[in-house]
Design a protein around this ligand. Structure first.
Ligand SMILES: Cc1cc2nc3c(=O)[nH]c(=O)nc-3n(C[C@H](O)[C@H](O)[C@H](O)COP(=O)(O)OP(=O)(O)OC[C@H]3O[C@@H](n4cnc5c(N)ncnc54)[C@H](O)[C@@H]3O)c2cc1C
Ligand code: FES
Ligand code: FES
Length: 1339
């Protein structure tokens, strides 16, 4: 291992590390390979998942244990394996999910508890969450709830809504477990509602069964490794295909190397460099790793402050500063506390564990969270090269331009001095981001003021902002004006008007949000002003006090640990113990998901001759293709072939309903991300590199239609334009006391299934047979479209789906885009081909939920009763029809939500635009249809100055009324849900308290809302309402069940096994579902429309009935016999023990022309009440409380159903308050990963969450009286949106604004802040529309 530094860089050392206790020696380590790729592809450890490749989802979390020389101990920490270069784990021990336990060996308690607590649905996030928890427990076996929340800041889950995960892991905490009624005021199951009707709801899991945690049993740091790491190590280097990794043994060696390779990158956490390499296609041929250089890891205490080595991780920095804060007098630690506050919201723990202080400074990002603090604090950095050492203050000259620092190429950043604050100095830091946890800043700031001793006269003022210029910037003009001035209202006014001028932004500036960002500079200064004023008053330096109603603006965010209650109806007394229908049975794959054993599509072992595919996509939104040149790509390492439209043996036209799109574009492209071709190579990396080298020339066309407004202007619509009308509109408006008009835009939504689209296509070598492993909700659709493209009959294509890591509608039709191309490539090469899309590709190509724009005219009486409604919907369908018509129809079917409107007309236009085709997404247009409804309902209440709850209540449907499509509502449970929700949420008491709170607080406001939902169950395309099942009984009595539905985490297979178990009268562990396959159950409908349990459940039941009938004679003959006896007897009697079940929903069919017929089999109902608090100055908000009452009929499985309710609700929270897709005016998607696109995280769940499944509400129209549950609860998250709007209304009233106002969805901090009009917003008026080209447009 001895590499000479000079001249011997040709050599490569052996990379040595341990994985799960076993030694790995890699002779050809590639510095460009991540630890994740190494684990999955080289070691076959596929338990660790790839969700994003950018450190933003935590699916790839592993634990790294490293002996740390400067601390003389082994540190264990969670790491994102997708960003960690494999070379960075040299001499480390890596623990993966496979290393801590398995179903075969022994489960680890962290694996068992997440599964038993129902915290794993699709399971794709589960290994990462398990490992975050494991790493926490390795360091702290009895954590607090706050530690758990911190550990999960970097983990995302799209399915569960997080509550069950926290609930399961709470059992490890000091606070954990049931308090037996003695506990907190809110959220105790005994005091807060679980004891409904005097009957205690049984817990969803039984904690007494849990394996105890025994920290002494954990895998130890390998002794062999310990002895290796303690030996002195010199320089080590690893040479890969394109890059060299050098880990020098001393600072002098490092400086020499930097002198020799001035362009070399120093890599510590790789959280910045890794992103550049992956997403900006950059190559760094020499990488220097300073892991073992003591000078870069120092912690020194000097007279001036603390000196932090540049390579110290952010987590370590936090530890050091926490200690300082404990030990030093408060006045000295103002800066330290500000740094700690920034670190609290800096990325997730996995990133903070590896990312270093120097990396943050040197990245020179304009939105760095630490640089504004370092600059305002006047931090000094030490720089060195081989010949010199200098100290530089971090001021405006430190960052000369975008992503540049004053460092010379040969220089290194050695350390940073963070000073103690002085007496009379006050320091604060602020960060504003759309999501509080793990999000990049919109505006971030460090602010320091020092007063002349004993006065409020400003001696020194330093303000620094990130997010307001290409570099972090110190304010200069304003601050110099304020020197010598007294800290008071006059200073504030001058500061604000001067800041508004000095911090101006061009209206076209990258990042957009111009008005908001400008307003934030003032709002944050105002917070600082108030906070300092308050401190001065407390210290008696000034006599004036901060007004009591402004005090909350001085507070830092206080997090309340979430509490929850779940209520459901226990099974009737006397139900057989083995009969699991109605019981909270665990998802049957949950344990395998928690151990990493569950096999997802990309976990299938590589075939020996397998190849990898990467797509070539359009960079133009509307253009003719002039030429495609793949010659360079084809010569690149590893490339086998390129595939284009000419390689399609069958038909290039495709689409789920009409064939209006291409498999691969050959003549023209109609969106950015349009698939043009693909490159096939020996590895995914080679394929992706070569795909970027395919040169396409375009002739751009106009117009480029991107937004709904563009489409309306160009009259660019797909046909037909749907109208749904009932009653007499004109008479309705004539009769109305009032008429109002309004509009709302509802943004789209990315599915963000944790597992991106993936396909493995395996040619079978004869008769054109192709076996496809696909992550899809639509096996049959995939089969049909692949066979069409290949020009073979459908009987040659078998599509197999074991499970998906989430679907949510995104894999209902758009998954075929990828699977068809992969099949074409496999067919061309006659070799297996695999492709798993990267997150950015998936987000770019596959579309999402349709953005909608609705405008309305509504007529209503003084009482609030609505008598007439005319509403027009526009959806942004994108560049093909896909499912847009059905989605628009569902929006129209839900245009009145849960309200009886006698005279009503809805029209729906599908906008044809140059965006990737939008598609199905949980709710399928229903949520957008109802969202517009709740907008006008809110306007009506606001204009009448009546409580919105009262206006909603008087319009609510009652039993027997007809919908606009003439369907009679029977077995209506809306009123029961409504009343239960009102009482469980203590709505009226809350309203009183909110009124009081709002009158006492100017800058934080609370809002409340209660919203109902009614959701029609059935596919609106009648033919899809059918399902098949196949049940085989084997001679040992075991049953293999198959049905047409696919498992995407929603627990369908578990429910189907429950159904079969009751129907056959055998225990669930005799029944197995292996997969969904087009060769076992043909012609299946996609698993969608919430109807899969109803349809497949009935088909399964039918198959079981047939088998029961066949077994009946043997049961009669031998009534005391066992199941095996009857099966054997039947078999020997030559009875067919395989049965095919079938079901079609009766009496369905609707005609738009005649407005007659039944589109839906039945309706699901629910009501939710939410309370929020907004910070009027930043727009950031928190969900304080949500109560949901949902009618799921007689629940087949309350744990799964509550999981669906909570998961759907949280997805809705994302849709309506957080998730924002940002497109350029030319149709380029900016938000292509979790870095820029924020789905709800652990911290976004309501502080109090109650979910109650309505009791005694059997549904005669579905299997075992159950009801569909997948989609209906999603819309209930609108209660959060309208609670936000309610809070904004209160803020506006303080500014003298009353009456309805438009607020678009999602209610992001930007929208909230801009709507809370006040003295600061008035100083930052928006530029005139049309006078500039915005960075992003609302599509
Ligand atoms: C998911 C995610 C979330 C993030 N969240 C935030 C956030 O909330 N706030 C925020 O501010 N940033 C955030 N970042 C950015 C990033 O994590 C930080 O900038 C981090 O501190 C970089 O440290 P690193 O060790 O990973 O840097 P690396 O990627 O290893 O290196 C970054 C740069 O610093 C240079 N460098 C490092 N050390 C030295 C040195 N001693 N001398 C000279 N040059 C040096 C490298 O050459 C390279 O150019 C996030 C990144 C990710 C991936
Ligand atoms: S895959 Fe690593 S964080 Fe998402
Ligand atoms: S269970 Fe968490 S992403 Fe599916």
């Amino acid at each position: 291992m001895d590499v000479k530094m000079t001249g011997d860089e040709e050599m490569t050392d052996h990379l040595i590390f341990f994985v799960n206790g076993k030694k790995v020696v890699e002779h050809r380590a590639d510095p460009e390979m991540t630890l994740l790729t190494y684990l999955r592809r080289k070691l076959g450890l596929v338990g660790t998942k790839l969700g994003c490749a950018e450190g933003g989802c935590g699916a790839c979390t592993v634990m790294v244990s490293k002996y740390t020389p400067h601390l003389h101990k082994v540190l264990h920490y969670s790491v994102n394996a997708c960003l960690a270069p494999v070379c960075s784990v040299h001499m480390s021990h890596v623990t993966t999910v496979e290393g801590i336990g398995s179903t075969a060996r022994k489960l680890h308690p962290v694996q068992e508890r997440i599964a038993l607590a129902h915290g794993s649905q699709c399971g794709f996030c589960t290994p990462g969450i398990v490992m975050s928890m494991y790493a926490l427990l390795r360091n702290n076996p009895t954590p607090k709830m706050a530690d758990i929340e911190e550990a999960f800041q970097g983990n995302l889950c799209r399915c569960t809504g997080y509550r069950p995960i926290l609930e399961g892991y709470k059992t490890f905490t000091q606070e954990g477990g049931c308090c037996g009624g003695k506990g907190r005021e809110n959220g105790c199951c005994m005091t807060n509602g679980n004891a409904a009707d005097g009957e205690l709801t049984p817990p969803l899991f039984n904690q007494s069964q849990f394996i105890p945690l025994d920290p002494t049993q954990e895998v130890i740091f390998p002794p062999e490794l310990m002895s290796m790491v303690k030996r002195p190590c010199g320089t080590v280097s690893f040479r890969g295909e394109r890059a060299m990794w050098i880990q020098p043994g001393s600072l002098q060696d490092l400086l020499k190397l930097k002198a020799k390779h001035p362009d070399a990158k120093l890599v510590v956490g790789n959280t910045e460099v890794g992103i550049e390499v992956k997403f900006k296609n950059l190559l760094y041929p020499v990488i220097l790793s300073p892991s073992y250089i003591p000078e870069l890891h120092t912690i020194l205490h000097t007279e001036e402050g603390v000196v932090i080595g540049s390579s110290l991780s952010l987590s370590q920095l936090g530890e050091v500063l926490k200690q300082e804060v404990k030990l030093r007098p408060t006045y000295q630690t103002e800066v330290f506390r500000a740094v700690l506050e920034q670190l609290r919201w800096f990325a997730g723990l996995q990133i903070r564990n590896v990312a270093c202080v120097g990396g943050n400074i040197m990245t020179a990002s304009p939105i760095s969270d630490l640089n504004p603090v370092f600059m305002a604090a006047g931090c000094k950095v030490t720089l060195m090269d081989t010949g010199s050492r200098r100290t530089v203050t971090m001021d405006n000259s430190f960052f000369p331009s975008y992503r540049k620092t004053v460092l010379k190429p040969q220089e290194l950043l050695i350390n940073i001095l963070i000073p103690y604050s002085s007496k009379g100095e006050y320091f604060r830091a602020y960060k504003v981001s759309p999501r509080r946890e793990d999000d990049i800043s919109i505006v971030t700031s460090g602010m320091s003021v020092t007063f002349s001793e004993g006065t409020a006269v400003v001696k020194d003022l330093r303000l620094s902002y990130g997010g307001m210029a290409p570099t972090t910037r110190m304010v200069t003009k304003t601050t110099s004006r304020l020197l010598g001035r007294r800290w008071g209202e006059e200073l504030l006014q001058e500061a604000c008007s001067s800041l508004a001028e000095e911090m101006a932004l061009d209206p076209s500036v990258p990042g957009g949000m111009v008005t908001y960002r400008r307003t934030l500079t003032l709002s944050l200064f105002y917070k600082f002003y108030l906070s300092v004023l308050h401190t001065l008053a407390e210290q008696g330096v000034i006599v004036e006090q901060v007004r009591a109603d402004c005090l909350t603006a001085t507070e830092i965010y206080h997090h309340t640990p979430p509490s929850s209650v779940q209520v459901y109806q226990a099974v009737p007394e006397g139900q057989r113990k083995e009969d699991v229908v109605g019981r909270p049975m665990m998802h049957l794959s949950a344990l395998k998901q928690a151990t990493g054993e569950a096999v997802y599509c990309d976990d299938i072992p590589l075939y020996e001759n397998e190849l990898h595919l990467a797509l070539v996509t359009s960079t133009k939104a509307n253009a003719n293709i002039l030429s495609i040149d793949s010659s360079v790509a084809e010569r690149m390492p590893g490339v086998v072939t390129c595939v284009f439209a000419s390689d399609i043996p069958g038909c290039n036209m495709t689409g789920p309903t009409v064939y209006d799109e291409t498999v691969m574009a050959d003549k023209q492209v109609t969106c950015v991300g349009h698939i043009i071709g693909a490159v096939v190579a020996d590895t995914q990396t080679h394929a992706q590199r070569a795909a970027k080298a395919v040169r396409i020339t375009y002739q751009e066309k106009s117009p480029v239609v991107v937004t709904i407004q563009d489409a309306i202007a160009a009259q660019s619509f797909y046909q037909p334009i749907r109208t749904l009308q009932r009653g007499d509109l004109e008479a309705g408006f004539n009769q109305a006391d009032h008429i109002l008009e309004g509009d709302i835009h509802i943004g789209g939504q990315e599915h963000f299934y944790l597992e991106t689209n993936v396909t493995v296509a395996v040619p079978r070598g004869e008769d054109g047979e192709m076996e496809m492993f696909v992550s899809t909700q639509a096996a049959t659709k995939t089969q049909v479209l692949v066979s069409k493209a290949l020009g073979v009959p459908a009987n040659r294509v078998v599509v197999r789906v074991k499970r998906m890591g989430g679907g949510f509608g995104g894999k209902e039709s758009r998954s075929t885009l990828l699977s068809t191309v992969v099949a074409v490539a496999a067919n061309k090469l006659k070799r297996p081909v695999r492709c798993m899309l990267d997150r950015d590709e998936d987000m770019l190509i596959t579309g999402g939920r349709h953005p909608f724009y609705g405008n309305y005219k509504v007529g209503y009486m003084d009482s609030g009763k609505v008598v007439a409604l005319d509403v027009t919907y526009y959806n942004n369908a994108g560049n093909s029809m896909d499912l847009s018509l059905s989605i628009m129809e569902r929006a129209l079917f839900h245009m009145e939500n849960s309200y009886s409107i006698p005279n009503i007309r809805g029209r729906g236009f599908m906008c044809k635009t140059n965006l990737p085709s939008n598609t199905a997404f949980r709710g399928f247009g229903g949520p957008q249809g109802m969202m517009v409804c709740e907008s006008w309902m809110t306007d009506v209440a606001t204009s009448l100055r009546k409580p919105a709850e009262e206006v909603r209540r008087i319009n609510l449907y009652s039993e027997g009324q007809k919908t606009p499509f003439n369907q009679v509502l029977d077995q209506l449970t809306l009123d029961r849900c409504w009343d239960e929700c009102l009482s469980r949420s203590k709505y009226h008491q809350r309203r009183e308290e909110i009124l009081k709170y709002n009158s006492q607080n100017r800058w934080t406001k609370r809002g409340l809302s209660i919203i109902p939902t009614k959701f029609g169950i059935s596919f609106t395309a009648v033919f899809l309402n059918q399902a098949g099942a196949l049940a085989h009984i084997y001679t040992d009595g075991s049953v293999l069940l198959t049905h047409g539905g696919t498992e995407m985490g929603q627990g369908l297979h578990t429910k189907m096994i429950q159904v079969a178990s009751r129907a056959l009268g055998i225990s669930t562990n005799r029944i197995h579902i292996s997969e969904t396959s087009t060769s076992t159950v043909p012609n299946t409908s996609p698993t969608a429309a919430s109807a899969s349990s109803d349809l497949n459940g009935a088909a399964v039941h039918n198959a079981c009935d047939i088998l029961n009938r066949r077994l009946e004679p043997y049961k009669t003959k031998n009534p005391k016999g066992s199941w095996e006896d009857w099966v054997k007897a039947a078999y020997f009697d030559r009875v067919n023990l395989s049965a095919n079940g079938f079901f079609k929903t009766p009496d369905l069919g609707y005609n738009f022309e005649t407005n007659s017929g039944r589109p839906f089999n039945y309706f699901s109902y629910g009501v939710a009440c939410s309370e929020v608090e907004i910070d009027c100055l930043t727009g950031m908000n928190k969900n304080l409380h949500t109560t949901i009452v949902m009618d799921v009929g007689n629940s087949l499985n309350p744990a799964i159903d509550i999981g669906q309710v909570e998961g759907a609700f949280m997805q809705g929270v994302g849709l309506f308050t957080l998730e924002e897709l940002r497109y350029s005016p030319l149709g380029v998607l900016f938000t292509r990963g979790p870095g820029m696109y924020k789905i709800p995280a652990f911290g976004d769940i309501p502080s109090e969450l109650t979910v109650s499944l309505l009791r005694d509400a059997p549904n005669a129209k579905a299997v075992f009286s159950s009801k569909a549950v997948g989609e209906p609860p999603l819309f209930l998250a609108a209660s959060v949106f309208y609670a936000v709007k309610d809070a904004v209304l209160a803020a506006r009233e303080d500014s003298g604004l009353t009456g309805p106002f438009r607020m678009d969805s999602p209610a992001t901090p930007e929208r909230i802040r801009n709507a809370c009009v006040d003295r600061f917003t008035k100083l930052c008026p928006p530029a005139e529309a049309g006078s500039y080209t915005p960075w992003a447009v609302q599509v």
